[in-house]
Each structure stands twice: as structure tokens, then as C-alpha cells.
Design a protein. Structure first.
Length: 131
């Protein structure tokens, strides 16, 4: 239940960017020549904070946003969108969904790669939440 709330908090923030988005486990058909993003939650290990049954847990992981830009269009537009995504999840930002608050620990962009007819830029958003 908590991971679904974490995913919802982060997806809600991504949705504020009004980018064409391939949401986890949904159908999506990209438009030729258009940049879009794809999101997924890479859950980490749950760490118990205490030993009592009612103690909190620390949940952490990576919210992975892949920016898909058209091939042979240069890197500028794709990098601009990756920068926009990164700026929306600045270190220390907090997003709440229901009773779960997610804190952003860091944001990084990895080396781009080619997938089919797309130039893909990974944006990795490290998060943690206490539930």
C-alpha cells in the first residue's frame, strides 16, 4: 500500500509538467517526432526504524523517468526536457499523497542510449519515505 502511495505522489508531480507520458502499466502509442517520457518506480529495500510492531519503516528507491526524443534531431530538445524533469524533483522537495510524504534525495541524468527510433535520456530520482 505504501509503495502505491509513493508512486502516486511522484507521478502527480511528474504530471504537473504536462508532458506526453507513458504511465506504468498503461497503453501508450508515441507520436512520431514528439518527445515523451516514461515512468517507473524501482523500489529499494524496506528498512525497519524500530523493533516494535508499530514502528515506522523507511522506504527508498529510484523513480526512473526516461525521456524519449526522436533520433537524428540533435540532443538539445531531449536534454531540455530531461533538465525540466530534473528541476521538478529538486533535492529536498517533498510530495505527499494521502498520508505518505516522499522526500527527494538526489536527481541525476545518466548517459543517453538509443532504443529503436528514439534517443533516450534516463533521469533517476532517488527518494525516501517513512511509513
Amino acid at each position: 500500500m505504501s509503495n502505491s502511495q509513493i508512486a502516486a505522489a511522484l507521478a502527480t508531480q511528474l504530471d504537473t509538467l504536462n508532458l506526453p507520458t507513458h504511465w506504468e502499466n498503461t497503453s501508450f502509442t508515441p507520436v512520431a517526432g514528439q518527445i515523451y517520457v516514461s515512468e517507473s518506480l524501482l523500489q529499494g529495500t524496506t528498512i525497519p526504524i524500530g523493533i516494535a510492531t508499530g514502528s515506522s519503516d523507511e522506504l527508498g528507491g529510484i523513480y526512473q523517468v526516461l525521456v524519449y526524443a526522436p533520433m537524428d534531431a540533435g540532443k538539445g530538445a531531449g536534454r531540455t526536457v530531461a533538465d525540466t524533469v530534473s528541476a521538478a524533483f529538486q533535492r529536498g522537495a517533498r510530495f505527499t499523497y494521502n498520508s505518505v510524504t516522499v522526500t527527494i534525495q538526489s536527481v541525476s541524468q545518466s548517459a543517453a542510449f538509443v532504443s529503436g527510433d528514439r534517443f533516450v535520456i534516463p533521469v533517476s530520482i532517488a527518494y525516501r519515505a517513512f511509513v
